[in-house]
Design a binder for this molecule. Sequence first.
Ligand code: MCN
Length: 794
Amino acid sequence: MAKTATEGIGASVPRVEDGRLLRGAGRFVADVQLAGELHCVIVRSPHAHAGIRAIATARARSFPGIVAVLTGIDMATDKIGPMRALWSIRSHDGRAMAEPPRFALARDRVRHVGEPVAAVIAETREQALDAADAIEIDYEIAPAIIDAREATTAATLLHACAPANVCFRWARGDAAAVSAALQTAAHVTRIELINNRLIGAAIEPRAVIAVPDSAGDKLTVYSATQVPHHIRRAVSEQLGISEGRVRVIAPDVGGGFGYKGKLHPEEIIVPWAARRLARSVKWIASRSESFIADNQGRDHLTQAELALDPDGRFCGLRVETFANLGAYVSTFGAAIPSAIYSALLAGVYRTPAIFVQCTGVFTNTLPTDAYRGAGRPEACYVLERLADRAAIELAIDRAEIRRRNLVPVTAMPYKTPIGPTYDCGDFPKVFARALEIADYAHFPHRRTLAKRGARLRGFGMACYVESSGVAPSRFAGMLGARTGFFEAALIRVLSDGGVQALLGTHNHGQGHATTMAQILSTRLGVALDKIDIIEGDTDQVPYGTGTFGSRSIAVGGSALDRAAVKIIGKGKLIAAHLLEASPGDITFAAGSFAVAGTDRRILFAEVAHAAHVPHNFPLETLEPGWQETAVYDPPAFAFSNGAHVCEVDVDPQTGAVEVLGYWGVDDVGTVINPMIVDGQIHGGVAQGLGQALREHCAYDSDGQLLSGSLMDYALPRAGDLPMIVSELDESQPCTHNPLGAKGCGEAGAIAAPAAIVSAVLDALGPLGVTEIDMPLTPDVVWHAIETARRSSAL
Ligand code: MCN
């Protein structure tokens, strides 16, 4: 596809949306002020597991300014049913997963700290907060269970419909072939590891406002969500209002990271309360509330065995994972550790036989769901830890063992034994380039120098493949999705030649206003400043699935590209009429329509004007106006891939880890905006570094959140990050979407934890440390060093 050097596809255009946001002119949900609005405060369970004997609300109701105190009983009276997950997984024996009801306000039992129990609605937020303290709830405290593996044998049961607290037992692959490979292997590498639970911490906490119109038959919901149409459907289903009567607006949203892409109880409670009271109701989460109100991510316990031949070639892989789903099945909560995670357990490697089992388990913790990467970082981490360990056990260089197993470019398209077929990707090339730019060849010298300074130097590496462009609806449907995954784009050409594009995706930091406009600039030859991208209002934009799963470019961008093709088609009809030529003779290039082989031409803007002033249009064959819609459902995932490497120093006295350098080579297919892609990768790496070195969502054995504030939950800081060197390899465009683009939004978060842990284990290897679990805080690292020292002294 031709590139416009300055502002079209391939240009590093600064983000057009940033000026407004940087000037403080953004409009977030909390900025929406409505006359007569009420304020909602949610009363949450302080216990991880308890029966609710009684809720005394009378005193709270008598407080000044209180309009209502609502509980699960009121919700039941109004016949508001349970929140439904959007994905239902089947166990390996064909049984549907256990799907216990999850009510937006608890009815007779609470199953995690923070579960909503009552909603206090008042004239001011302060009044609601005061009254919330006066609600007396009689709890019958029950034992809590936190650990997923222990939950499967615990006496405590969370839900009657889930024996042994098991939601599903998923299996995929060829168990017999893997057993045979393990039995006959020259060597078997075994690991057990934890993928630590994470908390999303977007700058803007979640927020919901619901506004019933005065006639009472329409409800407008403002939500800081990534998926306005999903929320519209949920509100409509739950409240029994037809979808067309619900309008969801997601204005500026300050980050989402996956967790804002899923339905949360407040998105039902607030619209319900607003309708009941016929008043606008506003709920804005506080930062500390977010810790116990938002979905969390990851939390896997995994055992894996890799069979190898004497040369270090992978012959078979068995993976068994316990995935902590939390107290209920969240929107995509069941799909992530099953369908999504397991599909990527071939990674970039040619392992002929793979078998994976995953048990999804209920515990008394917040529900887990998507968090940047969603299943893919977990798969990458298992594979890369295995590759490192196998290399060490077989005394093969860690880069060399990877090289021997990478799927070669000549094998593309490559059908993995676990399901997906990768259409393209040159894994050996990107890996070699990452090692080259990081100067892996001279690492031993740098390690020696560091040792002189009493520092332990380590080099880490991780290769990844990502199923971006989520998802072919047909594939998702086969695996239990209750929703489609297509995107639609509507392009309107205005009378002055300006263009509006309306999309179902949602921009909350990814730069869509810029990159989507770049696609149109290239396709239509229109300057960027004449293109407006509109997202986030279900009454304006065509139906869309939303933004998550690094899908906006591969799916939404493809829909936009197709709509642009239709726009050109219609433009040719208009131009043919204006130029008195046959439509078949009209060509379009660089913003003008021409009669082939002549110098007769007409500009895009002139055609736009004529489309809106159709005084002499042959109306039987040519419709006035100029707008087109296209819908795109991808035939397959777009498999982004890459290799990330890094260098760390560990201080053996304190266990402190310093990441000295970080290099990534990523294949995200055709790059629309290299600067934005770099930014996306950097952001992902920052989150991955957070998971590797700092962040851990910790519960005590009673289910109380120990990391319940930013004082205890350690997000990475700017000073923790080195300058990230990022290169993009565009040699392998996606073969099945019109842009050739693959997603990039999660790449950094997928590769970074594996690369950083690889580096730290490399640094600690000489001390005899072979195992460590994230996050690698100084305390964890220091203890690993001390344990290794003690056992070597024995
Ligand atoms: N892009 C491009 N060329 C490509 C691929 C992408 O120029 N080959 C551009 C896209 O046009 C888009 C951006 O890069 O502007 C990201 O595109 P894509 O990979 O399609 O991802 P999405 O837009 O669908 O965003 C979702 C993804 C996910 S899943 C999480 S989580 C995430 C992320 O994006 N959360 C983010 N990036 C985030 N960035 C910010 N600032 N805040 C978040 O909450």
